[in-house]
Design a protein around this ligand. Structure first.
Ligand code: SAH
Ligand code: SF4
Ligand code: F3S
Length: 482
């Protein structure tokens, strides 16, 4: 009996997953859906009436756990209502809050049936079977030696043309503000063969762009393919290897740490056309004193020189970053150094946060915590500057022709949405048959968070036949070099 016919014999069950946090959680949620589909679970957008609800949680900022408990309060009402009608709703808490709080969750919220961390979700089918047989809660928050990725089925089902693939997990850096090393454990990398297998299968389903994910993606050092002449591949070697996959047109990776940006990776930006000219390289602060207190392991000057080298390899690169304002001990002068670093680096996009005390991290107990109103004022000034830079970057694209991967239908009929090489959202009038293609788009204007453009004249106006698609070799690859 095939898996499909086996599934059709089972009763259909409704699954709802709510995902918070980073892209690695998004990836994990997709893999959980994939694991549960053969058991008859169908994904639903709403928790109402669901047989299984999974909260895939994030612990990066304050109040993260509170958000989870208030969601659990709402779910309890739905669970009670379903039980009164003779039905059943199982509730699971997954992700980084599950890892950090473990058994406290079931103690505080008895409506929860399962709690499991990011390293245990491949055991979900077993855990559900166990929950059906036994009374009481199930808790799985051990870090296992067993490779989760070996257990997860290789045949991952995806919709769309762009997909995330986790290649590295965990973090050994221990920045003094961050919970990730505690919730995701030590750094581990998947083997090159395992990643290649997953990506080939995605490409066979129509995926054209892959974003490689890791908490410290450029610390990647995975087992190399047999006969390659080296024991492990770094991220540069992995990208060059993946770029050989026919049908895969675009590669991206996130998030990188400045300390792990090696020469091979930097030169890949200049050499690999499929590697998109976009780099998320958080620096957090421009003050050496604060960088030291954060345990970032480099100085502001090292970061600036690194950006110079990267721009020498790929002049049009869209630089992105993360910033924290109000780390303990940050004075106005330290903050001004961050503003100076931003002025020198020139960002195309960025994320910025007020420092938030995370219990268990060294930063939480440091002296000289910064007052909330001070943090607010600094964040506002910093975001103002980053917004200006984003607009300047976007405005610089107006008039240019960019290759855009058309990913989805727009809100207005006859409109499609896509992404430029620089990860900007682009809206344009185009026919549906162009979905999934990389097309030349002349950029006409910038909006707050996206660009509008039009197809280069004569392109794709017919009904799907007789045009050449834009791929490599287009205005200097898939970007526009200045
Ligand atoms: N591994 C990545 C970041 C992962 S967390 C790196 O090293 O850059 C994503 C971002 O959340 C961080 O870059 C940081 O800017 C922010 N962040 C993490 N912990 C924080 C905290 N306690 N308070 C405020 N922002 C925080
Ligand atoms: Fe957190 Fe630092 Fe690790 Fe990034 S490098 S995940 S900020 S500890
Ligand atoms: Fe949040 Fe965990 Fe990601 S804490 S940012 S979901 S690694």
């Amino acid at each position: 009996m095939t898996r499909d016919s086996e599934t059709s014999l089972k009763t259909r069950k409704k699954l709802h997953i709510q995902t918070w946090g980073c892209q690695m959680n998004v990836y994990d949620s997709q893999r959980m859906e994939g694991l549960l589909r053969p058991l008859g679970y169908e994904v639903s957008d709403s928790p109402e009436g669901a047989d299984l609800v999974i909260l895939n949680t994030c612990h990066i900022r304050e109040k993260a756990a509170e958000k989870v408990y208030s969601a659990l309060g709402r779910l309890k009402k739905m669970k009670d209502a379903k039980e009164q009608q003779g039905g059943q709703m199982r509730i699971a808490v997954a992700g980084c809050v599950a890892q950090a709080e473990g058994a406290e969750i079931t103690a505080r919220a008895p409506q929860v049936d399962l709690v499991f961390g990011p390293q245990s979700y491949h055991k979900l089918p077993e855990m559900i079977a166990l929950a059906a047989r036994q009374k009481g809660d199930i808790l799985e928050t051990e870090f296992e030696v067993e490779d989760k990725f070996d257990v997860l089925a290789k045949d991952r089902k995806v919709e769309g043309y762009s997909a995330f693939v986790t290649i590295q997990e965990g973090c050994d850096k221990f920045c003094t503000f961050c919970v990730v090393p505690y919730t995701r454990g030590a750094e581990v990398s998947r083997s090159v063969d395992s990643i290649t297998g997953e990506i080939r299968a995605l490409v066979a389903q129509g995926v054209r762009e892959v974003t490689l994910l890791g908490q410290n993606v450029n610390a990647y050092h995975g087992q190399s393919p047999a006969g390659s002449g080296s024991e492990t591949f770094g991220l540069g070697a992995l990208l060059r290897h993946l770029a050989k996959i026919d049908g895969l047109d675009r590669l991206r990776f996130t998030t990188s740490h400045p300390r792990d940006m090696d020469e091979d990776l930097i030169s890949a930006f200049g050499e690999e056309e499929k590697l998109m000219p976009y780099l998320h390289l958080p620096v957090q602060s421009g003050s050496d004193k604060i960088l030291k207190a954060m345990n970032r392991g480099h100085k502001a000057e090292d970061y600036l020189r690194l950006i110079e080298k990267i721009r020498a390899a790929r002049s049009d690169i869209a630089l992105s970053g993360d910033f924290i304002v109000g780390f303990p001990g940050e004075t106005q002068a330290d903050f001004e150094e961050t503003m100076a670093l931003i002025r020198e680096s020139q960002y195309a996009s960025a994320f910025s946060f007020k420092y938030s005390r995370r219990p268990g991290t060294p930063g939480a107990v440091m002296a000289k915590q910064v007052a909330e109103d001070e943090k607010d004022a600094r964040l506002q000034a910093l975001q103002g500057l980053l917004e200006e830079q984003k607009h300047a970057f976007n405005a610089g694209c107006v008039g240019k022709v960019l290759p855009v991967l058309l990913e989805s239908k727009g809100r207005i009929d006859g409109q499609l949405n896509g992404r430029s090489p620089y990860l900007q959202g682009v809206h344009l009038a185009a026919k549906d048959h162009l979905l999934g293609q990389i097309v030349p788009v002349r950029i006409l204007a910038t909006k707050t968070n996206s660009l509008t453009g039009q197809l280069v004249s004569g392109y794709g106006q017919s009904d799907g036949v007789g045009h050449t698609e834009v791929g490599q070799g287009f205005e200097g690859g898939q970007g526009v070099r200045s």
